[in-house]
Design a protein around this ligand. Structure first.
Ligand SMILES: Cc1ncc(COP(=O)(O)O)c(C=O)c1O
Length: 407
């Protein structure tokens, strides 16, 4: 059962002070999730690389780094943010997908390991960064995930190198003096069947046997978090046992096994649970027999429900014990798809009451936009001593003009 980590009074106070809507993150929960992820890699020489795209707020990045996490990045912008937050180049992996040689060079020049995911991209790396070190993102055909849009391996995705092209990858790398020091993969997000994760890991290990000098194996992220009250928590003991089996196999069978570092790339497991999105009820109305709760949380603030039909628990603080009715909770964006929850059994709040969206710390703020010229909200960290720290200010109308040349 997920819970609000703030009282109704605290929520009203924060909305008053920092504006509505507002992302809040609980530092204690964030640190706990970082430690849980580290605890499942209870083997020598292993690293959790936080997939920073889930939440790239500088304070969140810093806290994850204090918790000894590395960083998994998807763009030069994310690399820039990770470096700003204090990650060292050797702690950062840049996972390329269809990028320019310039982007690769930006990372290679800073000694950041680059993961290549096609023959074509290996040719680009060879042309622009001869002599570089590289990892190769392999598509082992085991795709999984909570929605087809987040399945990132298998026969229907753009990601990764098919095993049949690995010889060619190696030939191009050899000719350009590129050392392949790592193999990585990511099969998808909120992986439903942990057996798929392990099966994919075993294919990656099979492939690793063809790379005797390998230094790193990265099995990806995708560890599920409970978004619904009835969802199971991740079985950390089972995960720990799985990584122990993976380590046993790598260390026993690979020629460089004892020196290979094992990595994972969790994004949402690190930052989802610590985040709650607060907003305000602005209207309650009937339309042709349906009750709509209108809020200021449009899909410009939280895109996941609109993008993937994602489910988030919704709470109207102070009304938890109220009588429930099937309602549709909507945002304030001028699109019919701007719906947070459809026909959900919820108590009926009043105009001016707060609303809280749970488990919103991953892929929340990071996917927000200024669509409809709405301003992105502020982000606040609830520190371990209970105090509230503004970690990103709310945007202003001036920010809407910031990229124009007004001279
Ligand atoms: C390459 C890669 N690694 C890691 C992740 C993190 O996934 P998750 O947030 O589900 O753990 C993603 C997400 O899509 C990804 O594409």
């Amino acid at each position: 059962m997920q819970k609000l980590f703030l009282t109704e009074k605290e929520i009203r106070g924060l909305l008053e002070k920092f504006g509505s809507p507002l992302y809040v993150y609980d530092e204690q929960i964030l640190r706990k999730c970082c430690r849980e992820m580290r605890s499942i890699l209870d083997v020598p020489n292993a690293h959790v690389s936080y997939s920073v795209k889930a939440n790239t707020n500088l304070r969140v990045l810093q806290i994850a780094h204090e918790e000894q996490l590395y960083a998994d990045t998807m763009s030069p912008g994310e690399v820039f943010m990770a470096l700003k937050a204090g990650y060292k180049p050797h702690e950062i992996l840049y996972v390329c997908n269809n990028v320019s040689g310039e982007e690769m060079k930006y990372c290679a020049d800073q000694d950041i390991l680059i993961s290549i995911d096609s023959v074509s991209q290996m040719e680009t790396l060879a042309r622009t960064c001869p002599g570089a070190r590289a990892s190769v993102r392999v598509n082992t055909e085991f795709g999984d995930g909570h929605h087809e849009k987040v399945v990132t391996a298998g026969k229907k995705t753009k990601f990764g190198v098919e095993l049949r092209f690995m010889d060619e990858i190696r030939r191009i790398a050899d000719e350009a003096g590129i050392r392949i020091v790592g193999l990585n993969q990511h099969i998808g997000s909120s992986v439903k069947d942990p057996g798929n994760y392990e099966a994919a890991a075993n294919v990656l290990i099979d492939e690793a046997m063809h790379f005797p000098d390998l230094e790193m194996l990265d099995f990806g992220g995708g560890f599920a978090v409970p978004y619904r009250d009835e969802d199971q928590e991740l079985d950390l003991d089972a995960m720990r046992a799985m990584f122990r089996r993976i380590w046993d196999r790598v260390s026993a069978e690979h020629p460089n096994g004892k020196n290979i570092s094992l990595h994972t790339e969790p994004g949402r497991y690190i930052s989802a649970a610590c985040g709650q999105l607060l907003g305000t009820v602005e209207a309650v109305k009937e339309n042709f027999g349906k009750t709509y709760i209108g809020t200021d949380i449009g899909f410009n603030v939280l895109a996941r429900p609109m993008l993937y039909d994602a489910y988030h628990e919704i709470v109207f603080p102070g009304h938890e014990d109220g009588e429930k009715k099937a309602v549709t909770v909507a945002g304030n964006i001028c699109e019919s798809g701007d719906v947070l929850a459809k026909d959900r059994l919820l108590p009926i709040p009043e105009v001016g009451d707060p609303i809280a969206i749970l488990t919103a710390g991953a892929y929340g703020y990071m996917m927000s936009s200024t669509y409809n010229c709405r301003l992105r909200p502020a982000e606040v960290l609830i520190r371990q001593d209970g105090s509230a720290e503004l970690i990103r200010r709310r945007e202003t109308f001036e920010d809407l003009l910031a990229t124009f040349n007004l001279d």
